[in-house]
Structure formats: structure tokens, C-alpha cells
Design a protein around this ligand. Structure first.
Ligand SMILES: NC(=O)c1ccc[n+]([C@@H]2O[C@H](COP(=O)([O-])OP(=O)(O)OC[C@H]3O[C@@H](n4cnc5c(N)ncnc54)[C@H](OP(=O)(O)O)[C@@H]3O)[C@@H](O)[C@H]2O)c1
Ligand SMILES: O=P(O)(O)OC[C@H](O)CO
Length: 317
């Protein structure tokens, strides 16, 4: 893989921003890792940046993007977003925020089964870079691809971004499932039906169904629902052990985006009349309206129904 050296600015020196900075540096790129707590001004690092990647947690994305907007950036700069969340006020995905603020720049989504602690240890992993601008996606692919990190391109940014974002809600449920010791059958049912919910929402928001069966959908869902390294999984696991959300958030290392995502997701589902029963129980659990056991009972005692929403009637019996 040969390419010219790129100037890459990573916004957000949290767990994911730091891991991505390491990956870009391995390929000989000139990398600036920016944090609001650091000494470098945003203006100074943005000068001549080919790629600006945001690994800011959802709550800070619009503020940081607005500050970037007031700084001089080259018209060629590609924006990459690696945040997995939804904006409460607008229900926008992070890439929609970046595209709204930078309408004339390519925006690329980077998302996949990427637990940062494994990537920092240089364990092998794969991810997806998705954009309507395929040249931009390919440039980003070259910057991050290495013998330890395999990067695929994809033309469905909304699907890639929603897969990574919505799985966090199901990962909370998976943590609850393991915390309650419900067994492997229950976990398989939960993850599979969770994927059905993600596909329903994603299709309604304009994503391609097949994207959710790829790395950024099913791949990330499997990684996050099965790893104690996931903050969202950990949060669910601890809820099942009787801790309150407040107690868990006070000691959790880093951001568990699933909590806010779940609230925004419920709003989207209600506005569009989309059934997402697992996510709804996660919501009620996070709001303290049900216990983990009550959430389980509510799911198991729902009306019986066909497995698929759109199977032709003559094929059901
Ligand atoms: N960790 C992973 O394995 C992983 C993998 C893939 C995707 N992601 C996604 O990447 C995003 C970041 O995750 P993370 O694990 O890196 O979280 P994190 O360790 O909590 O770091 C969050 C970063 O966002 C910054 N930030 C938050 N609000 C800000 C604001 N208003 N202005 C400026 N900076 C702000 C934080 O700055 P301060 O330190 O100054 O607060 C920090 O650098 C999340 O959306 C997550 O879902 C994470
Ligand atoms: O630690 P989590 O739950 O934010 O998950 C990290 C990544 O999204 C896994 O791909």
C-alpha cells in the first residue's frame, strides 16, 4: 500500500481518538492529536490538514464542528467522523452534522467492530469507511490500512453510521442478559432480534439493508454484545447486578453512547411508528421504570407473531 504522506488531524484524545492516531501514524502520516485540554490551538493544527477526523463523543460534536468552521481549512480537506451517536435536538447522525456545517467538503464515516483497547494492543481488526464520495473514502482507506487494520470502503454512510450507533443500545441489553445469566440461547435471540430492530430503523432512515449484515452492522453488534471491553455492555451488566445508572456512569471509563442514543432512538421510533421492543425495554430500564427482570418478562410475554415483517402471506403457515 503506497501513498503520499497526509497531514491528519484527530479531534478528541479519548480512547478512540488516541487509537486512531496511532493507526494513522504507523503508516508514516503526519498526525496531530487535538484535545480541548491540550496546549495546541485548533487553528494551528488545522492549517494544511488533508484529513480531519473527529473522535469526539456525541455531546461535543456540534460545538467542536462549529469551532472548526470558524478556523481556516483547505477546500480539499476531507472530514471523517468516528463518533457513534445521535444528536438529541435534531436526531442527526454525526456525519449529518459535519455535512451540514461543511456542505462543500466530502464527509466519510469510519465505523466497525473496533474495541479501542484491542486495537492499541495491535490485535487484528477490520473497519469500514463509507461516503457518497468514493475518492474520499479511498483516501481515508489508505491512511488507516495496515497489516493489523483492514479497511473496507462502502457507499452507504447512513447505514454504516446507524449500524455502529444503534448497536450500542442492543449492547446494553446484551450486558443485562449476561448479567442475569440468561444463557447462550437467550443471548442469540436478543442479538438477532436486536439486529431486526436496527434494520427496521435503518431502512426507514434511508440506509441499505445489506449494510447492516456487514462489518459495521452485524460485525460491530457481535463485538460489542460479547465483550466486557465495551462500555455499553458493561453498563448493562452492572444494571443487572443492581447498580443504578448514576452509580455506573460515575465509574465507567469513557463514554457509553447507548444511553443518549436510546432516548433519541425512542423519539425516532415513535415519530415513525417503528416497533423496537428491545430498545424500548432498554429505555425503560435506563429511565428506572422497570427492573431488568421486568424488562425480560415484558419481552418474553409480547403477543406471538411471525418472525419476519414482510414475508409474503402465502409463505407463512
Ligand atoms: N473506544 C472505542 O472503542 C470506540 C470505538 C469506536 C467508536 N467509538 C466512538 O468514538 C466516540 C469517542 O469514544 P471514546 O471511547 O474515545 O470516548 P472517550 O474516551 O470518553 O473520549 C471522548 C472524547 O471526546 C472529547 N469531548 C467530549 N465532549 C467534548 C466537547 N464538548 N469539546 C471537545 N471535546 C469533547 C473528550 O474530551 P475530554 O477528554 O476533554 O473530555 C474526549 O477526548 C464515541 O462516540 C464512541 O462511541 C469508540
Ligand atoms: O465501548 P463501547 O461500548 O463504546 O464500544 C466501542 C466500539 O463501538 C466497538 O466497536
Amino acid at each position: 500500500m503506497s501513498q503520499s504522506v497526509k497531514s491528519v488531524v484527530i479531534l478528541g484524545a479519548g480512547a478512540w481518538g488516541t487509537a486512531l492516531a496511532k493507526l494513522a501514524a504507523i503508516n508514516g502520516n503526519q498526525v496531530h492529536l487535538w484535545s480541548r485540554q491540550g496546549s495546541q490551538s485548533l487553528v494551528s493544527v488545522l492549517e494544511n490538514a488533508h484529513i480531519v477526523l473527529s473522535a469526539i463523543s456525541m455531546q461535543g460534536v456540534r460545538d467542536v464542528a462549529s469551532v472548526v468552521q470558524s478556523s481556516p481549512v483547505s477546500p480539499e480537506t476531507i472530514f471523517v467522523t468516528a463518533t457513534k451517536g445521535l444528536e438529541p435536538k435534531t436526531t442527526y447522525t454525526p456525519s449529518q452534522i459535519w455535512q451540514e456545517i461543511f456542505p462543500n467538503h466530502p464527509v466519510v464515516v469510519l465505523s466497525g467492530p473496533n474495541l479501542s483497547q484491542e486495537i492499541v494492543r495491535e490485535l487484528p481488526a477490520a473497519t469500514v469507511v463509507a461516503s457518497k464520495n468514493i475518492n474520499a473514502a479511498q483516501s481515508v482507506q489508505l491512511v488507516f490500512s495496515s497489516s493489523r487494520f483492514r479497511v473496507y470502503t462502502n457507499p452507504d454512510p447512513v447505514g454504516v453510521e446507524l449500524g455502529g450507533t444503534l448497536k450500542n443500545v442492543i449492547a446494553i441489553a446484551a450486558g443485562v442478559c449476561d448479567g442475569l445469566n440468561l444463557g447462550t440461547n437467550a443471548k442469540a435471540a436478543l442479538v438477532t432480534r436486536g439486529l431486526t430492530e436496527i434494520v427496521r430503523i435503518g431502512k426507514n432512515l434511508g440506509a441499505k439493508t445489506e449494510t447492516f449484515y456487514g462489518l459495521s452492522g452485524l460485525g460491530d453488534l457481535l463485538a460489542t454484545c460479547n465483550s466486557p471491553l465495551s462500555r455499553n455492555y458493561q453498563l448493562g451488566y452492572q444494571l443487572a447486578h443492581g447498580k443504578t445508572l448514576k452509580e455506573i456512569l460515575a465509574s465507567l471509563p469513557g463514554t457509553a453512547e447507548g444511553v443518549n442514543t436510546c432516548r433519541v432512538l425512542m423519539e425516532i421510533a415513535q415519530q415513525r411508528s417503528i416497533a423496537i421492543p428491545i430498545s424500548e425495554q432498554v429505555y425503560q430500564l435506563l429511565e428506572g421504570e422497570v427492573t431488568p427482570q421486568q424488562a425480560l418478562d415484558q419481552l418474553m410475554l409480547r403477543d406471538i407473531k411471525p418472525e419476519f415483517d414482510d414475508f409474503p402471506k402465502e409463505q407463512m403457515w
